[in-house]
Ligand binder design. Structure first.
Ligand code: NAP
Length: 283
């Protein structure tokens, strides 16, 4: 498995499996199990997805040695703050049936993120997490954390796909040794991605699908991608992207699809900030 090296030397698979919106416990367990059997070694969940238990069961059932799997989960806004973050971490770990995490992310840049980061730094120093990072942080928020704490986030997972390419933000992150992670690598199927003319013509040329071209484009940019699917054939398809390479010309054609704005979730919209901050999944 191709990997990226994080700013603390930890190797992270460049392609993984995401489980957002796989709400049914049995379906989640089955799809994660299938993904592991098919060769995925990075699983991306979050406390707020409420499927960490199913992910944990699938990992156990797969029989894949723990050290071969890279598990990411995330701290929700409701649990922001030093004490709450520590408690939420233990809850996630227990649900996942693990004794350490590979990557723990602050899911959203809202609430007491500085308290949360101090907790994550301590957990990292105690060896309970191999790498700590953030998600959905714009450059100003990222810089705020970098300047005020000891540990630079290893990863920032942000909406990144052919329509929202994050070219300048990715450069900024690279300049500060923060690995870019893509969420929504297939644009969640929005904007007719799968019938986009440019992508279809490139896909035909390589005898690949639009999904495979979109994912390959991300990994060729050195960005970690975590596509989600509940269909076994798509789980296999999305993993089959290591036997071709997009030419520079095709990378440039895909660059023209960039709208330079969020398609799925804008974090600069105050209504979204309010809605997300009010989203609670436990008492
Ligand atoms: P995504 O992976 O971009 O797209 C998933 C959608 O594409 C599903 O509707 C899936 O349908 C479909 N699909 C998958 N493979 C396909 C293929 N080969 N051909 C055609 N359709 C295909 O969206 P996402 O789940 O939102 O993002 C991926 C992961 O990123 C999440 O699961 C989660 O782990 C993470 N994420 C993080 C954040 C954050 O705030 N940090 C936010 C969103 C997501 P089927 O399932 O029906 O196959």
């Amino acid at each position: 498995m191709q990997t990226v090296t994080l700013n603390n030397g930890v190797e992270m698979p460049i392609l993984g499996f995401g489980v957002y919106q796989i709400n049914d416990e049995d379906v989640c367990e089955e799809t994660v199990y299938n993904a592991l059997v098919e060769g995925y070694r990075l699983i991306d969940t979050a406390a707020v997805y409420e499927n960490e238990e199913a992910v944990g069961r699938a990992i156990k059932r797969s029989g894949v040695p723990r050290e071969e799997i890279f598990v990411t989960t995330k701290l929700w806004i409701q649990d922001a703050g030093y004490e709450s973050a520590k408690k939420a971490f233990e809850t996630s770990l227990k649900k996942l049936q693990l004794d350490y995490l590979d990557l723990y992310l602050i899911h959203m840049p809202f609430g007491d993120i500085h308290g949360s980061w101090r907790a994550l730094e301590e957990l990292y120093c105690e060896g309970k997490i191999r790498a700590i990072g953030v998600s959905n942080f714009l450059n100003d928020r990222l810089m705020d954390l970098i300047v005020h704490h000891k540990i630079v986030p290893a990863v920032n997972q942000v909406e990144t796909h052919v329509f929202t390419q994050q070219i300048e933000n990715a450069q900024f992150m690279k300049g500060h040794n923060v690995q870019v992670g893509s969420w929504g690598p297939l644009a969640e199927g929005k904007s007719n991605i799968f019938s986009n003319e440019i992508l279809v013509s490139i896909a035909e040329k390589y005898h690949k699908s639009v999904a495979q071209v979109s994912l390959r484009w991300l990994i060729q940019r050195g960005i970690v991608a975590i596509p989600k699917s509940v269909h076994k054939e798509r789980i296999i398809e999305n993993f089959n992207i290591f036997n071709f390479e997009l030419s520079e010309e095709d990378m440039k054609k895909i660059a023209t699809l960039d709208t330079k704005e969020s398609l799925i979730l804008s974090l600069q919209d105050p209504e979204n900030v309010e809605q997300l901050s009010n989203m609670k999944f436990h008492d």
